[in-house]
Design a protein around this ligand. Structure first.
Ligand SMILES: *[C@@H]1O[C@H](CO)[C@@H](O)[C@H](O)[C@H]1NC(C)=O
Ligand SMILES: *[C@@H]1O[C@H](CO)[C@@H](O)[C@H](O)[C@H]1NC(C)=O
Ligand SMILES: *[C@@H]1O[C@H](CO)[C@@H](O)[C@H](O)[C@H]1NC(C)=O
Ligand SMILES: *[C@@H]1O[C@H](CO)[C@@H](O)[C@H](O)[C@H]1NC(C)=O
Length: 505
């Protein structure tokens, strides 16, 4: 699964070398440099300090010196996590609740959704992105440089080749996918492994930047997403990631799909060397980083994230008591789901998952549901990975777990606590009332890289847009009207939550 969350600590050494840590104790009031590193598809276990066979000494050390986030949640796939990081909003509020943005779809992060780098630019930050975007590119306005980044070096898609930077979407539909700002980066491509290439780029940015000016650097490594193409011959290509002992995998709403490795490293931390067990979610970075940067959170953007800096830095209670993991109204594969199974409150055919305090409720088909023991260096084949499989009746569409007591989701309590199930189904229905329509348009043949000089890149031209405004544009207008109506309700709900927690200490 996807791991995220290193703030202000790319490598303490290289930052020191370029004078970025010279402000040392950091007087209060100064805007900190922010470095956010996001690793792609790293399993919950796939870090040395979670007991992995994969050695990660640098990460272990940075985490040990900082604050480890041990109740840190992200989304189970690439586009969803990135969209929530960059907007501070759940997918039901951006229209990206279904799957990922595919390269051939005319779709991207909605242009009217404010982004984290845009907000940081407003308060004087230089903003740079290196790595994997995966928030859509069908028109120029969707590109990272138009969504708040002063510079971009990386790929627009996911899962391309680590060396050649080619990506095939389907047989014959292939293109080059390495960019320097808005253009294919042919000239800057020396064919080296992307992790090293991106790291070199980060070093160049740090070298040429004036450390007196605050910088936001978003480094979204392609590693360790498939295809695994490690630059040396370790055991790694043989072994996939591991979420053990959590249940499920990438793409699922079991804990293995959404609970991630995360830590913060910074001289600003008051409780260095501590472990934070409070609930933290990827949407929380938006308000947390903007507040650290002395930016303003506009009254009229309703965030789903909370400012959790005091939780991380000082060990206070998290203002967050719930997480809407998702509601995906398009994913209704649970054939036996029904309104009746959801007590008339919710249609359990829909894939959804919600967490409130200790409780987690899942409906629909949450996805691949095995517990997969670490496979490292094993040739035993897939059979042994299913040793722990627990079969559940094909008709089941509701699960309830006490995640605090049972983080591995082994004991379904839905039969035992029907009142809790009803309450959580009601919460889902309340969230659903604030949802915007799903954006998941069909493929557009104009996306074919053959028509674009062999490159994946913006293909949607403005004149074409005027000629055939089609469904998309009308849809957008409709969504806007709806948004205005629902704004006030949602806002109230959120600030209420905040207050009750403050009151509760
Ligand atoms: C994000 O953009 C979508 C599509 O335009 C819109 O429906 C939604 O209300 C926006 N969300 C926010 C919170 O700005
Ligand atoms: C969710 O909301 C949509 C309207 O926004 C509605 O059509 C749908 O029936 C709702 N789903 C459930 C399960 O309540
Ligand atoms: C699921 O639905 C099918 C019919 O669609 C039915 O035959 C089967 O008994 C149901 N299974 C459960 C466990 O409810
Ligand atoms: C859930 O688990 C926590 C931690 O073990 C426990 O304190 C709490 O009472 C449990 N809730 C229920 C209803 O069992």
């Amino acid at each position: 699964m996807l791991a995220a969350g290193v703030l202000a600590g790319f490598s303490a050494l290289s930052l020191l070398a370029y004078g970025y840590l010279s402000w040392g104790g950091a007087e209060p009031g100064s805007q900190p440099h922010l470095v956010f590193i996001l690793a792609d598809d790293q399993g919950f276990r796939d870090v040395g300090y979670h007991g992995s066979e994969i050695r990660t000494p640098a990460l272990d050390r940075l985490a040990a010196e900082g604050v480890k986030l041990e109740n840190y949640y992200v989304q189970p796939m690439c586009t969803p996590s990135r969209s929530q990081l960059i907007t501070g909003k759940y997918q039901i509020h951006t229209g990206l609740q279904h799957s990922i943005i595919r390269p051939t779809q005319p779709n991207c992060l909605p242009l009217d959704n404010m982004t984290l780098p845009q907000k940081l630019k407003e308060v004087g930050y230089s903003t740079h992105m290196v790595g994997k975007w995966h928030l859509g590119f069908y028109r120029k306005e969707c590109m990272p440089t138009q969504r708040g980044f002063d510079s971009f070096f990386g790929s627009l898609l996911g899962s391309g080749d680590y060396y050649t930077h080619y990506k095939c979407d389907s047989p014959g539909i292939c293109g080059y996918d390495l960019y320097e700002n808005d253009n294919a980066a042919w000239d800057h491509d020396n064919g080296i492994y992307s992790t090293q290439m991106y790291t070199q780029k980060v070093q160049q940015i740090l070298e040429s930047h004036n450390p007196k000016k605050p910088i936001f650097l978003y480094i979204a490594y392609q590693a360790v997403h498939s295809p695994l193409q490690a630059p040396d011959n370790g055991g790694q290509p043989m072994a996939g990631g591991s979420n053990w002992p959590l249940r499920g995998s990438k793409g699922t709403y079991w804990e293995g799909g959404i609970r991630a490795v995360g830590f913060v490293h910074s001289p600003l931390l008051k409780n260095k060397g501590s472990v934070c067990k409070e609930l933290v979610h990827i949407t929380d970075w938006f308000p947390t980083l903007i507040t650290l940067a002395e930016g303003q959170i506009d009254e009229n953007i309703q965030l789903d994230g909370y400012d959790i800096w005091e939780t991380i830095s000082e060990g206070r209670r998290s203002p967050r008591v719930d997480i809407l993991h998702n509601i995906d109204p398009i994913y209704t594969k649970a054939k036996n789901g029904s309104w009746a199974a959801g007590f008339g409150i919710w249609n359990t055919a829909i894939q959804s998952a919600i967490r409130v305090n200790h409780w987690k409720l899942l409906t629909g088909n949450p996805g691949y549901s095995d517990w997969v023991p670490p496979q490292a260096f094993s040739n035993a084949g897939p059979n042994r990975w299913h040793n722990e499989r627990v079969s559940w009746s094909a008709g089941k569409t509701v699960w309830l777990f006490n995640i605090t007591a049972d983080p591995y989701e082994r004991v379904d309590l839905s039969g035992k606590y029907p009142e809790v199930v009803k309450y959580l189904l009601w919460r889902l229905s309340q969230f659903n009332k604030t949802a915007v329509p799903v954006r998941y348009p069909p493929k557009d043949p104009r996306s074919n890289p053959k028509l674009n000089g062999g490159v994946w890149g913006p293909w949607f031209k403005d004149d074409e847009k005027k000629k055939k405004p089609g469904k998309n544009k009308k849809g957008e207008n409709k969504q806007k009207k709806k948004k205005n109506k629902k704004k006030s309700n949602q806002k109230k709900g959120q600030s209420l939550n905040c207050r009750s927690w403050l009151a509760g200490g």
